[in-house]
Design a protein around this ligand. Sequence first.
Ligand code: FES
Ligand SMILES: [Fe+2]
Length: 314
Amino acid sequence: MVFGEHLALYRGPDGAPVAAQDRCLHRAGMLSKGAVRDGCLECPYHGWTYGSQGKLERVPSMGDASAPGGRRLPGPEALERDGYVYVRFELGPENFEPFRMPHWGEKGWGHVRLTNVFKNDVTNCVENFVDIPHTSFVHRGLFRSPKRQKLTASVERANGSVVTRYHGETDNLGIYSWFLNPSGREISHVDSFHMPNVTCVEYEFGPRRRFVITSQSVPAEGGKTTVHTDLAYDYGIWNWIAGPLVRRAGQAVIDQDLEILAAQQEVMRRTPGEFSHSPADVIHVMIESVRRDLEAGRDPRRLPGMSQEIEFWV
Ligand code: FES
Ligand SMILES: [Fe+2]
């Protein structure tokens, strides 16, 4: 389900992904419940069969006669990149390529992928994923605890992205601090948002201790957002056993965000209104300026550049 549209996805005979409206041309069979045989999608109702680019190939009730020509399932363009399938509706700027998944296919990097449906909109999801102050509360103990430590950061908006570089972070990474940063030196930490819907959280604790969390927030329906999270890690010799641990820790953190974001949406529905900001929220204000521009049909890459130094306590 993307932008309120139900899609049936399959690989055609050439292996290329096809995204089709989830509705059989014949009698509205639900194609996503069909089967794929030899690269063709077979409708579960009367077996009409579709091939590459959704072309109707076979109508079983017509025996060996060829299927009526020129019939094709409608659907958005589909594209495969870095292990994800992207669909493009007639929305947004032309020639806009999907965000490349950091370190995908690179030697020394492992990846774990999670998909979750958040009960909140894209803007509130992406803001949560690059929001540090909430981690001490929502993920208390698991990932940070309130310690009244001062952090500084520079926040920059340019070319449809908002990039935040943090300074002065050493520890306070919760139960995994001992593993992630045993020497306690300053961490390199950069968070970024990339239009329209991607966030990237990059940590480097030193050689062979690096991870990057990339989240793609896709509008589903009814104010919900499907979030695809790619957790990329380079833990050196520990890589071979890290996968299940990364998966478990990642999902535990996401479960807490699922709950807090569902509650936020419920409150916003009950009591709509404005937000109030602290210096740490400059990041969100800049992200909202990009998202608002997109919603108004403008291209946020044309917004003037902007940068600000902030300090806050976690
Ligand atoms: S509805 Fe799909 S084959 Fe009849
Ligand atoms: Fe969170």
